[in-house]
Design a protein around this ligand. Sequence first.
Ligand code: GUN
Length: 747
Amino acid sequence: MVAWQDGHRTDPAACREQDQGKFEITHRDGRARLGRLHTKHGVLETPALLPVVNPNIRTIEPRVMWDKYGIGALITNSYIIWKHDDLKEKATKDGVHSLLNYPGMVMTDSGTFQSYMYGDVEVGVDEIVDFQRTIGVDVATMLDVFSRPDMKHAEVEHAVRETDARAPASLKAAQDTMLNGPIQGGIHRSLRQISAQLMGQHDFAVHPIGGIVPVMEQHRYKDYAKIMMSTLPLLPPNRPVHMFGCGHPMLFPMSIALGADLFDSAAYALFARDGRLLAPWGTVRIAELVDWPMLMPCVAHYTPADVRAMPALEQENLLAHYNLEMTLAELARCKQAVRDGNIWQLAEQRSHQHPALREAFLWLTTPPAMQRGIRPDLFYTDRDAARDTNGDQGMWEDAWDWVVWSQQTPRSGGVLWGGDDTFVRPHTQKARRLLHNRWQPIEARRKAVIFHGIRGPFRERLSEVLVWLKHHLSDVQVLILTPVGLVPISLEDLNPFAHIDAPSWVLQHRPEGLWIQRELERLGLHECTFATVNVASDGMKLRLEEALEQLEIGNHDVHASVDREDVETARHQLRIDQAVDKQMVLLNLNRTQAERLIEGCSFVVNREGRVKNVNGREGLHLLSPRLRDGGISLTNHGAQRILDVRTEPLPTSLPDTAWWGSAGKGPAVVVVSADAEPFVRKGRNVFHGFVAACDGWLAPGEACLITDEKGALLGHGLAQCTATEMAVFTKGIAVKTRGGVASPKKE
Ligand code: GUN
C-alpha cells in the first residue's frame, strides 16, 4: 500500500527481519510473475523498474521518484561514489539513502559497466562490495567481468569463469547485504548456461543478466531472447532476475513473459538529453513531432513545439519525466496483463512494433523442426522466416517446455484470435499437450465425425444430434475442430479450444485432410477414418448424413427421433463420457481409474441440463464440473477416492520438474510437514517452507492432493508452482487449498 501525506509519500517500513532477502510470487501467468522482494527499505513489488541515478547528475531527483511516481527502488553506481571524495565521504558518513535523499530500496552497481565503457577500473573485487555494504545499500553488485557479443568464445569463457571465481570473496565481503550475481556469457548459449549454473550455486539474492546492453543497442532482440531462454530456466527460481541496463519499454512485455522481474534504466535520462522519447513501439524524436505519441501527465499543458522552445536543461528535464512516465505506464500495463493472464498476448501484440522484436518472437514460438525448414504442421505455413541456421535449435525444446509447462490450465474467458500466433501461444500449447498426453480414446474407435464451423459451445446446436449419435452409433468418436486443433466433444468447454473469438472464415476453415489425420493420431486415434460436418452450414442433418455415408455407415435416418427413454440413457452416457474425459485430462487419471471412480454414479443437473455434481455409487458428492473454466472441482470424498486408486508410491523428496512423462499417474501429491497439518485440515493454504515432498509433475493451476508424511489425506487444492519451484521457495503460497479434511479424532 502506498501512503501519502501532504503530497509526500511516507517512508517504507523495513521488512520483517526473518524475511530480508526473500522473494515471493503473488501472481503468475506462465513464466511471468508478480512478486515481492523483502528488503530493509521496504518490500519491492515486482516487476519493477529501477531508474538509474547518477549521483553527480540528478536529472530527476530521487525524492521526486519516490514521492511523485511511487518508485520503490533505484539503482546507482557505487564506483562513481567511491571515486569522488565528496560523495564517498558523505555516503560513508550518512549512508547512500541520505546521499541520494531517497527512502526506498537502493541497489548499486560495481563499476563493471565502467570497465566495459572506459577500460579497467582500479577497485578491488572485495573492496567494492565492502564499500557498498558500508554505505548501507540494500542490494550490492559484485565486480563481474563484462562479456560483449563480439568477443571470441575463449574470451567470453574467461569472463564467465572469472566472474564465478570472484563470487566467494564477494559474498564474504557482502556479509548480510543482499548481493547481485550477474550472469555473463555473451551470445554463446553454452556459456550462458554454464554461467547460470555456476552462479546459481552461490548464495546470491538476485541474478542480473549482464552483457546485454550492446545486444539491445544493436537491436539484436533475437539474441536477447536466446540469452533469456538459455539462462533463466537454469537459475534458482526463487531469486529475482534483473535485466541489466534494459529500460526500453518496448522490451518489457516479452521480457516479463519470459520471467524477468527487474529492469533498470538510464534510457529515460539519456534519451531525453538527446531529444528522444521512449514509447512501447520504439523511439520517437521530438524534433519531428506535432502531437505527443501518448499524452503523459507531465506534458498535459504543452505541445511538442512548446517544449522545443524551452531552454535546453528545462527541455531535457521535462522529456526525462515524459520518458519515465511512459516507461512506468508500460510496466503497469504488463503487470495488469499478468494478473489478467494475457501477458503473452501483449508480448505477441508488441512484437509487431519492430521487425527485430518480431523476429525474436517468431524464433521463440517456432518449433525447432520448423526452424530447420521442416514443416511439422501443415496448418501453419508462414513461420519459415524464423528459421535458424546457427545450430541453436537444441536449446529451444527444453526451454520452451519450461515456458509451456508453467502455463495455468484451464483458464476462463474467451481467447482473442491473433492469426498464426494463436496456435503457438504457450497456453495453447500446454492445453494441446495435456490433451494429447493424457486423454485416452476408447481403443475400438475407428470412425470419427468432426463438427466445426462455429465458436463454442457446440452442445446447444448439437444436443439432438449428439443424443442420436450416442444412441445409434456409440462407437463413433465425436470431435470438434477448432482453430487450435481437434478436441473430443466431451471436452469442448476446455479453454482455449472452442473459446476462440475468431472471424467466421477461420472457424469454418477446414484444414487439409492430412493435417486432420495427424491431429487424430496425436489424440491416439490411429487408423481412424473421419468425415467433417460444418455446423454453420444449412441442413446440418443432411451434412451429417453425407458424412456417415462417407464413413460407410449406411442405413441410418438421422432425422428419426429417439425414444424418450433412450434419450435419457444416451444423455447419461454423454455425461459419463464427459466426466471420464475430464478426469483424464484435468486430474491425470488413466481411463480405467477414471471409469472406476464414477462407476454407478448419478448426476445432479441444472435447469439447462448441465451437470452440477457427480455423485458416486453411495451417493457421495465426488466432483463438480466448473462452468466458469471447464475445470473440475474436487470434493474431499473425490480426493480420497483418487488417493485410494493411486498406484504410484507417495513422493518422498522435492524433485526437479518432470515435464511430460507422467500421464495417468493421477493428480500430483504434495506432502506437508506436521506443522502445517492442522491448518490444511481447516482449509487454509499451504505455504512454502512447509512442504516436505511433492510429485515432479506438479504444475501451477492444476489440482493436487495434500497429504501428511504417512500418506493420510489432509486436503486438496490448486498448486501455485512447479516442483522445481516448490523445492526452493521459502515464502508465499504453495497450494491454494480448496478443501480441508477434518481430523478423524474430532469427527
Ligand atoms: N550494467 C549493464 N550491464 C552490466 C553488466 O554486465 N554487469 C554489471 N555489473 N553492470 C552492468
